[in-house]
Design a binder for this molecule. Sequence first.
Ligand SMILES: [Zn+2]
Length: 320
Amino acid sequence: MRDRRMESTFSTEHLPIQVRLPEGVRCVIALSYDTDTAGGYAPDGVCHGRTPPFLHEYMLRLCDTAEQYSVTLHFFQIGNGLEEPRVVEYLKEILRRGHIIDSHTYSHLALTTDDVTRLDDELVLTNELFKERLGWQSTVLRGPGGYARGLDGLKANQEVILNNGFQWVSGRYSHRLYGQDQQFAIEASKREPVYAYPTGLIEIPVQGYTDRTWFDGIKCIDPQTYGAWRVAHGHQPVPDGWCCPWTAPDALDEWIGYNLSAADFAYENRLLWIPVWHPYSHYLHDPDNRMLPALLQHCAAKPERVLVCTVRDAAQMLLP
Ligand SMILES: [Zn+2]
């Protein structure tokens, strides 16, 4: 959907929210993954939640890594995936292991949609699927796609989200990153604050580069090859030893460097940082799972405590 609203740094209708870091914690990194079988890797461009086994394996590897550091991971799941028993089984395992799953709508519908009735239907249906299939209630909603102005001015959309039991939404994503240098992205945790809409709904914005933006946008050196791969091989497992042909060779090393720098910036400035990653992007671009251990190790080595937690945990630190 085309978003005709202009992006502004801070709208006058935003109500400020104070972040209260827990006692003894120098900074907080609220990391989450959108588990999408992404449209950006699909032959037909359709994004859905019916995740294939190769992604389940990768997500469980991420859980293994997180557990070594006593970190809880947070996954946002598209509701239509819960109609497949094998997806439900692996999601149950993730929950059994103590990680968190929340709603990413039923069909990856933009929360800024003009069709507010459909938005309502999708949130109701996904809540029901979560309850029936997982015995679980979603409390934080991740907005599919990302919106430069969040839900500013969309009172009806905000109310539908609140009425479906979500006090927190995470969908704002600044488009001002494009064309700026890396330092600009590193400083997103300072520039793009959490805020409340006039309805009371709280926005927890996505801050800095996502892995999709990085590997398939900024670091993409061969869009034609990328497009051809999508059509021929998208949504299928890649062979062992496969090396992504459309991304610059140094992309993963630089991705790790960027994230460690963003963590350092949050540490120096005592901030909450909210990065969003995707298992599918890491499966393709980080097949040996280097990023997550690098971040967790980096944080664990800091002299003062860095709390790597879920978006739900971060929501509990927000004071209107
Ligand atoms: Zn998504």
